[in-house]
Design a binder for this molecule. Structure first.
Ligand code: NAD
Length: 500
């Protein structure tokens, strides 16, 4: 007789222990490619759980801040090695929990590996400056100091990479952490925290609370003992986070939405531009902050580009990301599917030409998930809502343009400023675009996606609030500068007065 097996319940990690939520409640995490598969149950945390996690992190901070950074780095190196060993298993779990194809989830884990090694390397740097003082017998330097408990709120689309972008720089800098991962993809964050713990992160230094935004995220952001909040997600939620941080002047880093563009000039290598547009537009089913949801194509090559782009989009194999032949996976959930469907209706109503797609896929291997056809609108005007707003799905708006100046105006004419790309073989055009595109990231002859961990990542306007993730920029966010003057002259020396 078959026995019912209770699904695994993944708990919170607080002060070095896996613990139930005080709410006593848990929620289901289902595979978006096959919703009858339960990935696991995750606890629904409340303000009380968050409070316990923050208390643990505050207590652990007293010791962790004093551990020499090269020693903290040794733990990160071990964590990176464990991630390398478990990369394939973690990638498979990630595809099951959020749907993107295996090649992409392997890339997500790899990004966490790269970030962990990179920040471990920083443990022997964390450089400040020493500089001559303007006064005699006086020594001047600057050094970084850690800040305290960092609250981290992350989205579901890069469920291991994005937590690692926040955790590793915070930890190497001597801070402690409470992480609230996205409710749709907490398993990858769970794996990351497990690895850090096995690598030797002391109890209380990293804490994880699962649950939804209002019940678990908001109390973390508002908690008085959390001086640093690092958020990645949508712009509307980012605005709430910023408002919650403002009264206490918390350090608040926001990485939010995008409406990224690929510009295809008339001298572009069209084969290359097509590869980039397919990958940029439909990778992760368009659910990337850097997705190329707009393609501006020079009128001289518009017809040829569009007909070849449609051919490629139509032939993409959509299905379960665990199948190695699948090229595009599902949307994350029913709500996102409804959002995409409503934008397609908006596009139709505002007069854009639906060239391919526009339907939910529900037959064959797509029967049990949230699948949508790769969809292309042509002849879009740059002011249409589908060309202005983040859709976060496999919907690309193609906009005809007649010159580079016009393309740049179109590119910059949206509320977001994350990533932009230009395909051209003219070096002058490439440099003009690099100068004039007002985004945080510019690609030349490459699509809008593909960040490397040792370069700053983030965007302008409603994409961000001036901070950057990754690279040294991340260390800048998770530390405060302290300037130190040591006067060994044995007398009062007044700056700007005694040496004037
Ligand atoms: P989301 O804004 O819905 O959720 C992000 C996180 O915020 C989740 O953990 C959620 O639980 C939490 N949250 C929700 N309400 C909250 C509240 N009131 N207080 C505190 N936390 C709250 O975003 P999503 O759907 O998970 O992710 C998609 C969005 O993320 C897109 O807009 C995408 O562009 C953006 N994104 C940006 C970047 C970047 O680096 N710029 C990277 C990836 C994704």
């Amino acid at each position: 007789m078959a026995t019912a097996v209770a699904p695994r319940v993944f708990k919170n990690f607080i002060n070095g222990e896996w613990v139930e939520s005080r709410s006593g409640k848990a929620y289901e995490n289902r595979n978006p490619a096959s919703t009858d598969e339960l990935v696991g149950m995750f606890v629904s945390s409340t303000g009380e759980d968050v409070g316990a996690a923050v208390d643990a992190a505050a207590e652990a901070y007293k010791k962790w801040r004093l551990v020499p950074a090269p020693k903290r780095a040794e733990i990160l190196f071990r964590a990176a090695e464990l991630l390398v060993q478990r990369k394939e298993a973690f990638a498979k779990d990630m595809t099951r929990e959020m749907g993107k194809v295996l090649d992409e989830t392997r890339g997500d884990v790899q990004e966490a590996i790269d970030m962990t090694y990179y920040m471990a390397g920083e443990g022997r740097r964390l450089f400040g400056q020493t500089t001559p003082s303007e006064l005699p017998s006086k020594f001047a330097m600057s050094m970084r100091q850690s800040i305290g408990v960092c609250g981290m709120i992350t989205p579901w689309n890069f469920p291991m990479a994005i937590p690692s972008w926040k955790l590793m720089p915070a930890l190497i800098s001597g801070n402690t952490v409470v992480l609230k991962p996205a409710e749709d993809a907490p398993l990858s964050a769970y794996h990351l925290v497990q690895v850090l713990t096995e690598a030797g992160v002391p109890r209380g230094v990293v804490n994880l609370v699962s649950g939804d935004g209002p019940s678990a995220g908001a109390p973390l952001v508002q908690h008085k003992a959390v001086p640093v909040v690092s958020f990645t997600g949508s712009s509307p939620v980012g605005r709430l986070v910023a408002q919650a941080c403002a009264p206490d002047f918390k350090h608040c880093s926001l990485e939010m939405g995008g409406k990224n563009i690929i510009i295809v000039m008339d001298d572009a290598n069209l084969d290359l531009a097509l590869d980039g547009a397919i990958w940029g537009g439909f990778g992760t089913a368009g659910q990337r902050c850097t997705a190329a949801s707009r393609i501006a194509v020079h009128k001289r090559v518009y017809k040829e580009f569009v007909s070849r782009f449609l051919e490629r989009a139509k032939s993409l194999k959509v299905g379960d990301g665990l199948d190695p032949t699948t090229e595009m996976g599902p949307l994350i959930n029913e709500q996102q599917l409804n959002t995409v469907m409503s934008y397609v209706e908006i596009g139709n109503n505002e007069g854009a030409k639906l060239l391919t797609g526009g339907n939910r896929l529900s037959g064959g291997s797509c029967a049990k998930g949230w699948f949508y056809e790769p969809t292309v609108f042509g002849d879009c005007s740059p002011k249409m809502r589908i060309a202005q707003e983040e859709i976060f799905g496999p919907v690309v708006s193609v906009i005809p343009i007649s010159s580079l100046d016009e393309a740049i105006e179109v590119a910059n004419g949206v509320p977001y400023g994350l990533s932009a790309s230009i395909y051209t073989r003219d070096v002058n055009r490439a440099f003009q675009a690099t100068r004039d595109l007002y985004t945080g990231i510019v690609y030349v002859n490459a699509p809008t996606i593909g960040a490397e961990t040792h370069l700053p990542f983030g965007g302008t306007k409603q994409t961000g609030n001036g901070h950057r993730e990754a690279a040294i920029a991340a260390i800048d966010f998770f530390t405060e500068w302290k300037t130190v003057y040591v006067d060994y002259s044995d007398k009062l020396q007044r700056a700007q007065i005694d040496n004037a």
